[in-house]
Design a protein. Structure first.
Length: 445
């Protein structure tokens, strides 16, 4: 009898415990608990922030011979003439001899080296791309060599249904999550800095690269707060805009819902009619504080202004230099990728009327080279106005009033820009979960 009573009480306690547990669901998280294997693949199609910002590894030496680090240590590089061009001879294995596979022909300033790291028993093949290769020759002797070096390989895996590629952006031979390397998510054309948190398949993930760089852990979270980012760009023109915090990086052009926190602009891209412009951070970093459950209207984008510089002499010869920095409302810069179709337009105004106007002279890629005009007798204060077409944006404009004094003969400085701010609007109809996957996050083919 005693045994039966004890058993019945235990059963009731177990049932009560089950009821309590069902009333307290587990935290809303899930995902890839098992580490995902990373597979090496050749060819990096996504653009990294290092390529735009210029933080890639450089190769430069003042003779025909020097050294460069390819991610596993320094190797000897010699540049030799080859026909009408040059070839890089790279002693990868350090044996003092140059095999055929260690010769890299330079074609249109670019060369690609495919190699196996010395001592690698797995015989894994890597690839490094040398771009903008410059060879200085004086009287038949090579005096200088320079090039940009970047990894042309990535570590690939699939998180959910989306392909994720980890890129050794700083070419140090390892993948780290401090922002110096990059991650390309799905079919995105921009690879953002690799950190601990990213949005994949419309979900926020915590990522962890193993110490040996062979696996990736990805855990999804659905229980975190988010704010909505609002921007003033033309619909369809903004292909990517990366905001980066201390712990994560997010493409708000693909998904405007991001966790609250302090963010900085990392990189953006505008595309319209086959023409491209990059959006890069101001020289002095600006912080955007994103709040949860609000529409966060960031001061970025139009109006765009442009610096003007040139000269004017007593004979009435006006010379306007190519436009200086193109600056947005938040102090961000816009870099036009030439060739483009439109040309900058110049107008010279005096006494309330136009005395000269027309397009700037340009090279074959429509890259502006300047504007010249003879306007004698400009005794009154007169004004220079310049408008520069920017892909996917209203034209950047600039104006400068001058008298008989020369226009400062120096590169155009961007005008003073007020500090970037965020306007906070109520977020109505807060979604229960993150929005559906944006096309930029779809699985790559």
């Amino acid at each position: 009898m005693t045994v039966k009573s004890t058993t019945t009480r235990a059963a009731w306690l177990a049932l009560a415990g089950a009821v309590v547990m069902s009333a307290c669901p587990a935290p809303a998280r899930g995902g890839e608990e098992t580490p995902l294997p990373l597979k090496l693949e050749m060819g990096v199609k996504a653009l990294t922030t290092a390529q735009v910002a210029g933080t890639y590894r450089m190769m430069a030496f003042g003779s025909a011979t020097g050294k460069v680090n390819l991610g596993f240590g320094e190797v000897l590089v010699t540049v030799s003439p080859a026909g009408k061009g040059h070839v890089l001879e790279i002693d990868v294995d350090g044996d003092g001899k140059i095999s055929r596979s260690e010769q890299v022909p330079i074609v249109n300033g670019t060369g690609v080296l495919t190699f196996i790291r010395p001592g690698d028993d797995t015989q894994t093949t890597y690839r490094v791309r040398f771009t903008q290769v410059g060879v200085g020759v004086d009287r038949g002797t090579i005096r200088s060599v320079s090039a940009r070096c970047q990894a042309d390989y990535a570590w690939r895996t699939t998180v959910g249904k989306t392909v994720v590629r980890l890129i050794d952006a700083n070419l140090d031979g390892k993948i780290t999550q401090d922002g110096s390397d990059a991650v390309a998510i799905g079919a995105s054309t921009i690879a953002m800095p690799l950190l601990k948190r990213h949005c994949i398949d419309g979900k926020e993930y915590d990522l962890e690269v193993s110490a040996d760089g062979k696996t990736l852990s990805a855990v999804a979270h659905n229980d975190r707060e988010h704010g909505k980012v609002s921007l003033s760009f033309r619909a369809g023109a903004l292909k990517s805009l990366i905001l980066q915090s201390a712990t994560g990086a997010y493409d708000v052009a693909a998904n405007p819902m991001i966790p609250p926190g302090d963010y900085r602009l990392t990189l953006g891209m505008l595309v319209q009619g086959g023409e491209t412009a990059y959006i890069v951070p101001p020289s002095t970093p600006v912080t955007y504080t994103v709040k949860a459950d609000f529409v966060n209207v960031l001061r970025l984008g139009p109006p765009l202004t442009v610096g003007i510089a040139g000269s004017y002499d007593k004979k009435g010869n006006i010379s306007i230099r190519p436009p200086g920095g193109i600056v947005g409302a938040g102090g961000e810069y816009y870099r036009i990728q030439y060739p483009v179709a439109g040309r900058p337009m110049v107008a010279i105004l005096a006494g309330g009327r136009s005395v000269a106007s027309g397009p700037m002279a340009c090279d074959k890629d429509n890259r502006p080279t300047g504007f010249s005009e003879r306007c004698p007798g400009l005794s009154d204060t007169w004004q220079v106005q310049v408008q520069v077409p920017v892909p996917g944006m209203p034209a950047a404009s600039g104006a400068r009033s001058v008298g008989m004094l020369p226009i400062p003969d120096k590169p155009g400085d961007p005008p003073d820009v007020p500090p970037a701010t965020v306007r906070y609007l109520p977020l109505k109809d807060r979604p229960a979960s993150r929005p559906a996957t944006h096309p930029a996050s779809r699985p790559a083919p």
